[in-house]
Design a protein around this ligand. Structure first.
Ligand code: NIG
Length: 381
């Protein structure tokens, strides 16, 4: 069945040739975009939806979340707001709660957060393991995420479990745990940071995962300058995420690489870190993505609109840069070109704002502007 969406006041396609269209229409058919063009030239369709002059853009591509978890870290957040610094150690609290939860509880919590994201216009989402940290619990997390998330990442190298020996744990992550989880995921990630995994350990994880055929991602430069960005670029990672503390050499390395710098502004705010240097990266020519980093510790939000508003209001990204980073940029970080665009052949992931332009995402921060969402051509709201 073909659906004609017409009355589009402003259509953001992210396609360099189509650009941004006014008074536009589009046809969705078979889960894909079948046609895009001026409203006056729209073909006939089985169903017609008039969006009344509203802005339409691709659904958000949230390329960094940690949603296979149980438990709550409100107390840690409150302590942080009272002045206690964020440290990776809080991950262990979620690991304990996640291990204790049943499959049903974990699946229900994951589903609830995925629904929450979808209601706000997220139509493609990556999520990770990383709160299991045993062979069984990491495999279980990957298996629960596989059927419901667009992309799943193995993050056995999230934290050395309390009481474990770091080198032996890295052996496990690169050996038996990798063997168990790899069939269920496309990506592997490592938290390369003081208090998590050092450069040599991170390099071992990336090398083992690449050998197993997984794509690479890195958590890097979140809490201070360090080797994460350099390592990600050297290993050809698709993305290095956080990038809060960057040297000029890091920026230059990213600019001359195919590695996307994925910035996580909600996390920087929630952990009271400086906001990542988006302007330096963009001005140097690096590819920038924005993602929510939804997780119970450092960034408990699924709102991509909040990330876009923060990027514009506080990180000096233009509205167009921020919207691109949260759609096509996320797609680039996941090495996909079927999402993040509205052009013929793209997945029919459509986000209608209750606003005449995407500028309202920053102009009206905090206002829930999602009016309608289609995912794979299916109306979600
Ligand atoms: O991306 N930095 C490492 N991992 C998560 C935090 C997870 C947590 O605190 O539970 C992040 O911020």
């Amino acid at each position: 069945m073909a659906v004609l969406i017409t009355g589009i006041g402003e259509l953001t396609t992210n396609d360099p040739e189509l650009g941004r269209l006014g008074e536009a229409a589009m046809v969705l058919e078979g889960g894909a975009v079948a046609w895009v063009g001026p409203a006056g030239q729209a073909p006939e369709a089985d169903e017609r939806v008039d969006v009344g002059g509203r802005a339409v853009l691709p659904g958000w591509v949230d390329s960094h979340t940690h949603l296979v978890f149980a438990g709550d870290r409100t107390a840690e957040f409150e302590a942080r707001m009272a002045g206690k610094p964020y440290a990776a150690g809080g991950i262990a609290i979620t690991v304990e709660a996640t291990r204790a939860a049943s499959d049903e509880q974990l699946a229900a919590n994951l589903g609830r957060h995925l629904d929450e994201a979808a209601r706000q216009g997220t139509t493609c989402l990556e999520t990770k393991t990383g709160y299991g940290l045993t062979v069984t619990d990491e495999e279980r997390s990957a298996k629960l995420a596989g059927p419901v998330a667009d992309e799943v990442t193995y993050l056995g190298a999230h934290l050395v479990p309390p009481g474990a020996d770091a080198e032996s744990y890295v052996d496990l992550v690169c050996g038996e745990m990798l063997d168990a989880v790899a069939p269920h995921v496309r990506w592997a990630d490592v938290f390369c940071e003081t208090g998590a995994f050092d450069e040599a350990q991170s390099a071992r994880v990336l090398t083992a995962a690449a050998k197993r055929g997984l794509g690479l991602r890195v958590h890097g430069n979140q809490l201070g300058e360090g080797p994460g960005v350099r390592l990600a670029v050297e290993h050809g990672a698709a993305s290095v995420d956080h990038c809060t503390y960057l040297t000029d050499a890091d920026v230059a390395a990213l600019a001359s690489s195919g590695t996307v710098a994925t910035l996580l502004p909600a996390c920087d705010l929630s952990t009271r870190q400086p906001l990542a240097p988006a302007r330096r990266l963009l001005d140097a020519g690096a590819t920038v993505a924005l993602a929510s980093n939804a997780n119970p510790g450092s960034s408990y939000t699924t709102s991509m609109a909040f990330c876009v508003a923060t990027a514009v209001l506080q990180m000096r990204m233009t509205v167009d840069e921020a919207v691109w980073a949260a759609t096509a940029g996320g797609a680039r970080a996941l090495r996909r070109d079927d999402v993040g665009y509205l052009r013929p052949g793209a997945r029919a992931d459509v986000h209608v704002l209750d606003a005449p332009s995407t500028t309202h995402l920053a102009y009206r921060p905090g206002v829930p502007l999602t009016q309608a969402v289609w995912r794979k051509g299916e109306r979600m709201r």
